[in-house]
Design a protein around this ligand. Structure first.
Ligand code: ADE
Ligand code: ZN
Length: 344
């Protein structure tokens, strides 16, 4: 299984932030074309402002990169282009289905783009990409940002509701897990669930089991973003296995935020072997300086996952997708068909 085979393997990704997918090269290009000041004028000197370095160790260091990235959200066209480029990258890695998440409040507040225009720009980028890369299906998850509080959360939920029939399928809680618990957002998640959205929350990344338990019990999370630190609580780990709550695991991001110390110590292998529903994603490929194929390479080289294991995790991701049953079944069938060809 060489890198080329890994790149060509049909994939499903459930957890990728649009804003965090910005490559330093794209940021520079957009800034130069639009006369937007950035702290550096070439890729190498811009990199430490927008990508994790060896000095960064925590989730808050990681999230700090978004203040410079936010400077380029000066017009809807930037968002349209970002969305197109992210889907283009996904198609080049043979991603058949991707759920892209974004925070409409962050994209709007950074430089004042009205929130509905953020959503419209994302949909235009998606539509342009669909013409070029029809094999890659795309859906969107709207993020409520912990540190922006519930008033902004309400505004984000309104955007999710307004565009629900255009491919907005889920609602997430992201941001500062260290200082902001999920409980105040429970009412917003309950409304999102009643409206038919899939519910996923970032949890167990910068905090331990109490945060994951609250995500499940208070906000009714159907999937968990990361969940790495459930290792600290065997009974919670068993509950997640027994209920089949899928984990959206992002190994490189987990090391960069300090959720896991090294690749070798990452619990993904033990989760997988114990029957937890494990799926693999990139989180913020631009900020992390990776792509999904890189993550598959790490799983193969450092954690001894085989092609069959990776295929099984993709089928688990298809099963966990925020799609109606018939579309989920069609996605799984198309993957299985390609995996049979792939193994010949
Ligand atoms: N926003 C972007 N990436 C994130 C992460 N890994 N955790 C929480 N919020 C995020
Ligand atoms: Zn994330």
């Amino acid at each position: 299984m060489n890198d080329d085979l890994l790149r060509r393997m049909p994939k499903v990704e459930l957890h990728r932030h649009l804003e965090g997918a910005f490559r330093p090269e794209w940021l520079l290009e957009i800034a130069q074309e639009n006369g937007i000041p950035l702290p550096a004028s070439n890729t190498e000197s811009l990199r430490p402002y927008v990508q994790v370095t060896a000095q960064d160790r925590s989730l808050l260091d990681f999230l700090g990169k978004f203040s410079v990235i936010g400077q380029v959200f000066t017009s809807p066209l930037v968002i349209e282009r970002l969305t197109f480029k992210v889907i283009e990258e996904a198609a080049r890695e043979n991603i058949h289905y991707i759920e892209l998440r974004f925070d409409p409040c962050y994209m709007s507040l950074c430089r004042g783009i009205p929130m509905p225009l953020v959503a419209e720009a994302i949909l235009s980028g998606r539509d342009r990409a669909k013409g070029r890369y029809p094999k890659t299906q795309v859906r969107f998850i709207v993020i409520l940002q912990r540190q922006l509080g519930t008033v902004m959360g309400e505004k984000a939920l309104q955007i999710a509701l307004a565009y629900q029939d255009q491919g907005f399928v889920g609602v997430d809680l992201a941001g500062d897990e260290v200082n902001v618990p999920p409980e105040p957002f429970a009412g917003l998640f309950s409304r999102a669930e009643r409206a038919g959205f899939g519910i996923t929350l970032h949890a167990g990344e910068a905090r331990g089991s109490e945060s994951v338990r609250a995500a499940i019990e208070t906000c009714n999370a159907q999937r968990i973003g990361h969940g790495v630190r459930i290792t600290e609580d065997p009974s919670l780990r068993e509950l997640i296995r027994e209920r089949g709550i899928p984990l959206e695991i992002c190994v490189t991001s987990n090391i960069q935020t300090g959720a896991s110390r090294t690749y070798e110590e990452h619990p993904i292998r033990s989760f997988y072997e114990s029957g937890i529903q494990v799926t693999v994603s990139t989180d913020d490929p631009g900020v992390s300086g990776i792509d999904l194929t890189h993550e598959y390479g790490v799983l193969k080289d450092k954690l001894c996952f085989t092609a069959k294991d990776l295929q099984k995790m993709n089928l688990a991701a298809a099963e966990a997708a925020f799609l109606p049953l018939s579309e989920k079944t069609a996605l799984k069938e198309s993957l299985e068909l390609e995996y049979r060809k792939y193994s010949q």
